[in-house]
Design a protein around this ligand. Sequence first.
Ligand SMILES: [Fe+2]
Ligand SMILES: [Fe+2]
Length: 147
Amino acid sequence: MSFSGQTVDKKITYSFPSTGLIWQDRQHRELFKRVEFFVGAIEEGRGKEEVLKLLEFLDEYVVFHFHDEERAMEKAGFPDSLAHMKEHTGFIDELSELRVELSNKYSPEIVDRIRTRIVRWLKDHIGRADKELGSFLLDEDGRGVHR
Ligand SMILES: [Fe+2]
Ligand SMILES: [Fe+2]
C-alpha cells in the first residue's frame, strides 16, 4: 500500500451511490478505498499508530475531493453551495476530532464507533448532497465534464 496518494486497485466493500458524474464517482470510489484501508487496519488489529496514519491518509483525500467539488460548484453557480460546503467543513472537523479521540483512547468500541460514523456520513452525504450537485452539474453542461 502507498501513502503517496495514487490510486490503488482494490475491490470496494462499501458500495456508494453514483452521482452520474464520472470524475465525482471516481473520487468517491477512491475515498471508499481509503475507508477500506482504514477499516482493514482496524480489523487486522494493527497498532494505533498505523490506524491513525490511515485516518490521516483518508483525511488528506477528503480535503482534496471537497476542494474539487467546491471549485465545480463555484464555477457552475450551484445554488446550494453554502449548505454543501458547511457539510464538508463539518466532516473535516469531525475527522480531526476522531483523530484526537483515537490518540487519547484506543479501544475496539471507539474504533468501531469511528468506522460507523465515517461510513454513515459518507453514504448520507454522497447519496443526498453530492447526488444533487452531480445532477446540477450534469444539467449545467450536459456532459458532466464541468470541474
Ligand atoms: Fe463528494
Ligand atoms: Fe460533497
